[in-house]
Write a protein that binds this ligand. Structure first.
Ligand code: FRU
Length: 526
């Protein structure tokens, strides 16, 4: 079982490819973020976890907590896979959400001691009769509850599980792919709302409940947008447009695998209205091209926290892709979560768009200002920003305004090493896009899909594009433009491939307001 990291564990967090900016479990496999809820000064991050291997399997809910969404403490497994005497799984715990039942609507806690309630998908691989007498056929996925009265440290499954056994009647034959419940409190109707998916039908189904236990079907959404894979891990939340509380919209997030913008797993969103019963996408949203939360290959199962103070909406995604997640070159642990991101809706070029910023407080990790340049003309070629061999190592925080000028391509190379090893982040003027090219980023042989270039169309504004780039030991995350475009990519560079360089190709470019900081590891004592 995972233990909180001790001094020795902390030393272990320096292994090659161990992310230094975002959460990874000390050992074993992790996928989707689950049960995201803020309670009593703590942000809870539960996650799909295999307690005994670093490949997918034995799905349980791992658990970590943070007071600032940056520094994490891993706690013991919250919901542990169940097996019979032969070692066959009788129940595994798939993705879901968590709420704090402050008014004790469920009766599972008390007014003085509100229950934290996890709503997850029970997967029953074998046909069986549950302890409460209910019969489930082999492979059924149903929605269940577990609750904690001690701030998420210990958990009890609700005796009446599952609370939502089957999808609506017309989808009964889809009982094996009904999952990933996201629950939130809808104050105007004093009720809980759940959105889950009928995965193969590209349909999100919405339910309501007064007590988290009895659920009533309300409406469905889909198919719409991208449908080139299964729909998984939905989320639904309200955000003001341009900070105007009188003008808010609702965002429906639907993760999709495969069929993402960079191949494999991806996350799309719709903007519209929710009246307490149904979500309706704005006509413009469905008419336009699919809106992706991220255009990189490694941002999936993205969902947001419930109950964050000050009405902030914080999103996190699993930083991998089902195309190769089980094969990435780490051994003791496998996969990290992304950096948390704060969301807002902004009107940009006449359209309402979701914008994402690295979580507030990230700047506190800045240590040394390595580069500060007001204006720099880039002739075709490269300019090293750090010495080689480099004394500074990732993580880095890079911020700049890039004016491609007459260059065909310009930008910054990160994880630069010997023999041309590099990950290129740049702007391609002809195609009008920001790209991340990891074709020469290092280890990639584990999967043919890995070594690739990914891009997002983005217009220059006043001839330039702003790039904020977070370079971690094994990932590069780009926030571009007015933060409406992001690209998240894992990379596995060779030892010592730590260099940074600016480049221009085919003409002169200009870089303005360039700042590069080294960042402290989140695993180092503050
Ligand atoms: C998404 C997903 C979910 C499911 C979980 C299982 O990555 O497939 O739909 O609940 O992973 O681990």
């Amino acid at each position: 079982m995972a233990t909180p990291h001790t001094a020795t564990e902390a030393a272990a967090y320096r292994e090659a490819y161990r992310p230094q900016l975002s959460f990874s479990p000390s050992r074993n496999w992790m996928n989707d973020p689950n049960g995201l809820v803020y309670h009593d000064g703590e942000y809870h991050l539960f996650y799909q976890y295999n307690p005994s291997a670093s490949v997918w399997g034995d799905m349980s809910w791992g658990h970590a907590v943070s007071t600032d969404l940056l520094h994490w403490q891993e706690l013991p497994v919250a919901l542990m896979v169940e097996k019979d005497a032969r070692g066959e799984i009788t129940q595994s715990f798939f993705s879901g959400s968590a709420v704090v039942d402050g008014a004790n609507t469920s009766g599972l806690g008390s007014a003085a001691q509100p229950a934290m309630v996890a709503v997850y998908t029970s997967v029953y691989p074998q046909a069986r009769t549950l302890a409460n007498g209910r019969h489930v056929p082999a492979g059924q996925q149903s929605q269940s509850l577990a609750y904690s009265l001690d701030r998420g440290r210990s958990w009890t499954q609700y005796a009446g599980n599952p609370v939502l056994a089957l999808p609506p009647e017309k989808y009964h034959d889809e009982y094996r792919d009904f999952r990933d419940p996201k629950v939130f409190w809808y104050a105007p109707h004093s009720k809980w709302v759940m959105v889950a998916v009928v995965a193969l039908r590209h349909t999100a189904v919405l339910y309501s409940s007064k007590d988290l236990i009895h659920w009533e079907f309300m409406s469905e959404f889909g198919p719409a947008g991208a449908v080139g894979g299964v729909w998984e891990c939905p989320d639904l939340f309200e955000l003001p447009v341009d900070d105007d509380a009188a003008n808010s919209k609702w965002v429906l997030v639907i993760n999709l695998n495969p069929g993402g913008p960079a191949g494999g797993s991806g996350a799309q969103y719709f903007i519209g209205q929710f009246d307490g019963k149904a979500f309706r996408a704005d006509a413009s949203t469905t008419a336009e091209a699919v809106r992706w939360l991220d255009h990189g290959p490694d941002f999936y199962a993205a969902v947001t926290w419930n109950g964050v103070p000050d009405g902030r909406r914080v999103l996190i995604g699993w930083m991998s892709n089902w195309q190769y997640a089980n094969k990435v070159p780490t051994t003791r642990w496998r996969s990290a979560q992304s950096l948390p991101r704060e969301l807002a809706l902004r009107r940009i070029d006449g359209r309402v768009r979701l914008v994402q910023r690295p979580v507030r407080g990230l700047e506190q990790l800045r240590r040394e200002l390595l580069v500060a340049i007001g204006e720099l003309q880039l002739a075709p070629g490269e300019v090293a920003l750090t010495q080689t061999p480099s004394v500074s190592r990732p993580p880095f925080d890079i911020d700049m305004l890039l004016d491609p000028g007459g260059a065909a391509q310009a930008g910054v190379k990160v994880h630069v090493g010997a023999d041309g090893e590099q990950t290129v982040v740049g702007y391609d003027r002809e195609r009008g896009e920001v790209f991340v090219d990891r074709r020469r980023a290092g280890v990639a042989a584990f999967d043919p899909a890995f070594a690739a270039r990914h891009a997002v169309a983005l217009p220059l504004r006043a001839g330039a594009v702003r790039l904020r780039i977070l370079v971690d030991t094994a990932s590069v995350t780009v926030f571009a433009g007015a933060h409406e475009a992001t690209l998240t990519s894992q990379v596995f560079p060779g030892e010592g491939s730590d260099g940074l360089a600016l480049f221009a190709e085919g003409g002169q470019a200009m870089v303005r307001d360039l700042h590069v900081w080294s960042l402290a590891s989140i695993w180092r004592p503050r």
